[in-house]
Design a protein around this ligand. Structure first.
Ligand code: ADP
Length: 307
């Protein structure tokens, strides 16, 4: 088994379905209520673990029921939760989600303890980070913590993957970008980071090139049902998405990134990793939810046979 350290967020998603989204001051009587484990970090850790490698999740929750539930459900997926720190002062992260009858949604995220994951916490987890085969991060944690962890891993020669989601409010620093083995924006994040609006394949190529020039060794732009575009600084490779019946595209990117990291940790080529991640992303959109939708390695292999 290879070692993957995922550093990032965990949230509890609280979802209510309604006929319509409430306007300011309006109360709407909702329908069904669901509570799901979420947060980009946790979703990606689960996807990486289901691929069959050892995953250590570095995160922070509150000292509350949600935090305990996160540890329990992640441990059930075999994830090492020793470095899911407890913050006594801030509550666990939650996302309040309203979905109307047309599947239009309205989301408020309260990052809570996620926003207090600190460089000192990264030092505490250094033993695991320094023996990782891959470190995977996103941007739902403080940027200085992400940059600090990237530096620690890159200095030790460990490949660092950054899924720059949600799109950063401020430009990512040159130091952080140079520490990355791979950056994996989706269409809108790639537009945001490169300043080139990604509307078609031609603009995706230009954006990938521009992002590569900022420092990361490799760039993958994920393009939803159009698959993904890989650029390693000398060659572009396009991987088509599988044709599936999409029912819920939530966390397709998270599943994709988790599997990508797990395959790269096994020492496989970037293109092999993209092929596996592409299948995982496709399977995830055929199922409801984020973490429940992430496939196992066997399910990915079975889908490959069917192609
Ligand atoms: P995000 O969820 O971060 O916005 P994308 O929508 O680009 O990311 O999806 C990530 C990956 O998941 C895609 O590159 C693709 O492999 C897969 N995927 C997403 N949507 C679909 C779809 N409708 N059909 C097949 N595969 C999909």
């Amino acid at each position: 088994m290879k070692n993957i350290v995922v550093i990032g967020s965990s949230n509890t998603d609280m979802v209510v379905k309604t006929s319509h989204l409430p306007a300011g001051g309006e109360t709407v009587l909702g329908g069904d209520f669901f509570m799901n484990a979420g947060g980009k970090g946790a979703n990606q850790a689960v996807a990486a673990a289901r691929y069959g490698n050892r995953v250590v999740f570095v995160a922070k929750t509150g000292d509350d029921l949600f935090g305990r539930q996160v540890r329990k459900s992640m441990a059930e997926d075999g994830i090492v939760t020793d470095y899911v720190f407890v913050d006594k002062e801030h509550p666990s992260g939650v996302a309040l989600i309203t979905i109307d009858k047309d599947a239009e949604n309205c989301i408020v995220v309260a990052g809570g303890a996620n926003m207090y994951l600190s460089p000192a916490d990264i030092d505490t987890a250094a033993e695991e980070i320094l023996k990782a085969d891959v470190v995977l991060m996103q941007l739902e944690s403080p940027i200085e913590t992400v940059a600090y962890a990237a530096r620690m891993a890159a200095k030790a020669g460990i490949p660092v993957i950054l899924n720059p989601a949600p799109a950063p409010a401020e430009a990512l620093s040159e130091e952080l970008l140079k520490d990355l083995f791979l950056i994996t924006p989706n269409r809108s994040e790639a537009s945001h980071i490169s300043g080139i609006e990604v509307t078609d394949m031609e603009s995706a190529h230009r954006a990938a090139k521009a992002i590569h020039e900022m420092g990361p060794k490799n760039v993958i732009i994920t393009l939803g049902s159009d698959g993904s575009l890989v650029y390693d600084g000398s060659m572009f490779m396009r991987v088509e998405a599988l044709k599936v019946e999409a029912v819920d595209t939530t966390a397709a990117g998270d599943t994709y990134n988790g599997v990508l990291a797990s395959v790269i940790a096994e020492g496989k080529s970037l293109i092999e990793a993209v092929r596996e991640a592409n299948i995982a992303g496709a399977i995830s959109v055929t199922r409801m939810g984020a973490q429940p939708a992430a496939p196992t390695r066997e399910e990915i292999a079975a889908m490959k046979q069917r192609k």
